[in-house]
Design a protein around this ligand. Structure first.
Ligand code: URA
Length: 185
């Protein structure tokens, strides 16, 4: 726990990439260090940047809704994003920003939490961990890489906007629930 707190203090002071210049607050992530699964999104948005907390805006409410649909709450997961600072005007994080943030922070969070499963929320998160991923054909599936299991699904912002993706996410989360139950037993 102490080491996760120290890591998060480091994230809050980080100036390693240009995103540090425009952020109000870095958003390290939140949840128990003992979490069996991590949920990893793309990048903080406006509300997250204001509060320094992950998934507290509209995407976060949608995420809570799909979790509630499988009888779970955000409290059991460690939730974070691929980059810890909001990109200006919510543009996509750039490859260099993703690489820097992964090598300095995300990979260290994973090493400390040692989740049984990393849930990649969207393409940017999936690519951060796995390189090339085709969400259309691979969503709802588990990929093992270097002895770590990853579950692929869409980003809540896409689920919120597109009814087809919303349906797919709800089905993915039912599959996720079954996988988590197996990992608990
Ligand atoms: N989208 C993300 O990927 N992360 C957040 O914290 C909020 C929205």
């Amino acid at each position: 726990m102490a080491s996760l707190i120290r890591l998060h203090e480091g994230i809050c002071r980080c100036t390693a990439c240009p995103l540090a210049c425009s952020r109000h607050h870095a958003v390290p992530g939140a949840g128990p260090v003992s979490a069996r699964a991590m949920l990893v999104g793309e990048a903080p948005g406006r509300e997250e940047d204001e509060l320094g907390l992950p998934f507290v805006g509209r995407s976060g409410r949608f995420l809570e809704m799909v979790l509630a649909a499988i009888g779970r709450t955000r409290a059991e997961f460690f939730i974070t994003s691929s980059v810890k600072c909001r990109p200006p005007r919510n543009r996509q994080p750039r490859p260099g920003e993703l690489e820097t943030c992964n090598s300095l922070w995300l990979s260290k969070q994973v090493a400390l939490i040692r989740p049984k499963l990393i849930v990649c929320l969207g393409r940017v998160s999936a690519q951060t961990f796995l390189g090339t991923v085709d969400l259309r054909t691979q969503h709802g599936t588990v990929i093992i890489k270097d002895r770590q299991a990853y579950f692929i699904t869409y980003h809540p912002a896409a689920g919120m906007r597109f009814p087809k993706i919303r349906e797919a996410m709800i089905a993915d989360f039912s599959a996720l629930d079954r996988i988590l139950q197996k990992k608990q037993s």
